[in-house]
Design a protein around this ligand. Sequence first.
Ligand SMILES: Cc1cc2nc3c(=O)[nH]c(=O)nc-3n(C[C@H](O)[C@H](O)[C@H](O)COP(=O)(O)OP(=O)(O)OC[C@H]3O[C@@H](n4cnc5c(N)ncnc54)[C@H](O)[C@@H]3O)c2cc1C
Length: 400
Amino acid sequence: MDLRSESPFWLMRSGIIRPYPSIRQSYSTDIAIIGGGISGALVAYYLSKEGIPAILLDKRQIGLGSTCASTSLLQYEIDTPLGKLSKQIGTKKANQSYLLCIDAIDKINKITDSLKSDAGFSLKKSFYYASNKKDVDEIKTEFQLRKNIGINLELLSGNDIERLFPFSAPAGLLSAVGGQIDAYFFTHELLKSSIDSGLKVFDNTDVVKINHHKRGIELETSFGEVIKAGKLIIACGYESQGYLSKKIVDLNSSFAIVSEPSTTKNIWYQNSLIWETARPYLYMRTTDDNRVLVGGKDEPFYNPEKRDRLIAKKAYQLKKAFGKKFPDFDFRIDFAWAGTFAETKDGLPYIGKVREHPNTYFALGFGGNGIVFSQLAAEIIRDILIGKKHIGEGIFKFDR
Ligand SMILES: Cc1cc2nc3c(=O)[nH]c(=O)nc-3n(C[C@H](O)[C@H](O)[C@H](O)COP(=O)(O)OP(=O)(O)OC[C@H]3O[C@@H](n4cnc5c(N)ncnc54)[C@H](O)[C@@H]3O)c2cc1C
């Protein structure tokens, strides 16, 4: 699959962070992980903390799938609002999903602390505004539902919004919990730490065949090496659909631009994450080197050539949409890129096993919360492997 255009900001900024070898011999280990993006790296990190021997393989270079194209907002707010999600999966599970995402952001915060490399991470408030008057009721309902389960947030009126931001909206929610990161850099930092604890990582290593056995799995690479393992974790991002008989995602194309660094420290109110009720939504964040990142203008197709041909047009539209909200900011586009983006029917990830593949677990974080879901996937899979119950296992399972 062609997952992204050539020059996403994070990849251009950091380049190839660390080299990893391709595989040169056959291996036998406890756990094999296919996929060296943020999902595979987090799973590997959690397993290495448990001292579980594992090997991680990626057919590209590490992080060069969707991860380096990610705009990397960390939100507890799932693409499906809590009220709507409650109707889809039940109130209890919907509430738990939101609360698990809050916890996941906290865990990412703690991991970046322990890695002694912030990987561009910082905690941010999250501002979700009503794109038009008809969405005010949704905002009010969301406020109540979230407040009822103890989420720390404020309901903002039109006047409040005009006081805090240079644009108007009829209502909004300002949540205390949110974060942002450089997922590409974070992936490499996670792997560095895991390698120090015994993980083996090979990139440019394509897994071309998987044999699922009752007692374990066997992988074959395009070089002819064979990896025998007790269990397999598939963390192949949007390409994981190829291992499933049931269609679980819709593929879209998404676009993003990044400005030149600004000399203003607080570009807007607390440099919060900003997004809206409209679908597809426009969203904004700042970066650790004080740039503005704007994303959205999604198109409902998977066609990489068509997607990349649209970059200049979409960059112009994103800049214009941003300019309407922040007319005083001189937005000079430094980077513009496009990526394929997958959504599920309820906005939730798929984590765990499928009946057709014994000894295999999937770590599939999809949608606008992909990274937060990768964190949850890593915890859940770790818990399954060490025989511990995780509340998310039943919520994000395949046959839900
Ligand atoms: C433009 C854009 C904006 C986004 N914004 C956000 C956001 O703001 N917040 C958020 O949380 N998420 C966001 N996402 C989603 C997020 O980026 C993804 O959920 C996340 O990067 C997926 O990571 P992954 O590790 O699962 O997949 P990937 O990064 O794609 O990694 C999977 C890896 O598996 C490897 N692989 C596949 N098949 C094989 C094989 N057979 N053998 C060996 N290796 C294989 C691939 O080479 C790849 O490197 C965004 C995505 C895009 C594209």
